[in-house]
Ligand binder design. Structure first.
Ligand SMILES: C[S@@+](CC[C@H](N)C(=O)[O-])C[C@H]1O[C@@H](n2cnc3c(N)ncnc32)[C@H](O)[C@@H]1O
Length: 277
């Protein structure tokens, strides 16, 4: 995957369109800036929190990440419907030089809620066994810390009153967890047959940093209706776009990496071929 660049520094190019959505390549902020105001029901995304946005390993609060996230969320506010939602996957990282956690997500969330009028509606924890080995700089058997195997999702809105039918969560969760609870057991990267098939055909292992389609699908079903517009400006290899296609939501998916966007395009084509059979 491409290393992130400074925000807002690239031209946005459209790589693929379907009846429901548009896949673009460019900077996340440029993607949001290309969308009309008051048009989006849900932004579900995993902002890259390394590279220029962080990482000052001498300061685990990484204030530069907070600066960037505040700007990003201002643009989210512009495109969102007044009772729309932003779901951010944040956290899960170690300082580069010591076995301590960075807390840039707590510091940044505190600024968003304390100074910028966002409401934290809920935290959700996605049990992702595949994370083990992906980010375990300091974790693992015999190491000084435990493996990471949970991703944190933060559900934010401009208003505390977001219409949600939590009964919709029941159709997803397996019975090992509280089915309407905020611990999500939705499978891992290895459980995503479209991704596995694509990567296997290229003789490659799965990408640990991408979510299975079930993760964006969960948030789309919980927080949107058919016809609503869903956006992932850090869309990676397109799991959100596939989830939106499956549920007939209008979507915009973007990534800075041309490699990632090309994989997303191939996965959407695979989905089309499956639908045709
Ligand atoms: C954690 S991954 C997202 C994975 C995605 N949720 C999925 O399931 O495939 C973060 C993505 O951000 C992309 N990225 C990094 N900097 C970016 C930027 N400035 N604008 C847009 N995308 C960026 C990377 O290429 C990477 O694909």
């Amino acid at each position: 995957m491409t290393e992130p660049t400074e925000a807002g520094s690239t031209a946005l190019s459209t790589v693929h369109t379907t009846d429901h959505g548009t896949l673009t390549c460019g900077d996340a902020l440029d993607c949001l800036r290309s969308l009309p105001a008051d048009s989006v029901r849900l932004i579900v995304t995993a902002p890259w929190f390394q590279g220029p946005y962080v990482i000052d390993s001498t300061d685990p609060t990484s204030p530069r990440f907070g600066d960037w996230l505040v700007t990003f969320m201002e643009e989210c506010e512009r495109v969102l419907l007044p009772d729309g939602s932003v779901v951010l996957e944040l956290g899960c990282t170690w300082a580069a030089d010591r076995p301590v956690r960075t807390i840039q997500h707590y510091a940044a969330l505190s600024r968003l809620v304390g100074e910028h009028g966002w409401h934290l509606l809920q935290e959700l924890y996605y049990y992702n066994p595949q994370l083990m080995g992906a980010w375990d700089t300091w974790g693992g058997p015999g190491a000084s810390r435990l493996n990471d195997c949970v991703s944190n999702f933060y559900w934010l809105s401009r208003t505390p009153d977001v219409p949600v039918d939590t009964a919709r969560a029941l159709e997803f969760q397996n019975t090992l967890v509280n089915q309407s609870g905020n611990l999500l057991a939705l499978g891992d990267t290895y459980a995503d047959h479209l991704h596995m098939r694509q990567r296997a055909s290229e003789g490659k292992p799965p990408e640990p940093e991408r979510n299975p389609v079930s993760v964006p699908l969960y948030f789309i079903k919980l927080l949107t209706q058919p016809g609503d517009h869903v956006v992932d400006p850090f869309g990676g290899t397109g799991s959100m776009a596939i989830a939106a296609e499956l549920t007939r939501r209008h979507w915009t998916c973007n990534d800075l990496s041309r490699d990632a966007v090309d994989i997303a395009k191939d996965r959407l084509a695979l989905l089309d071929r499956h639908a045709a059979h």
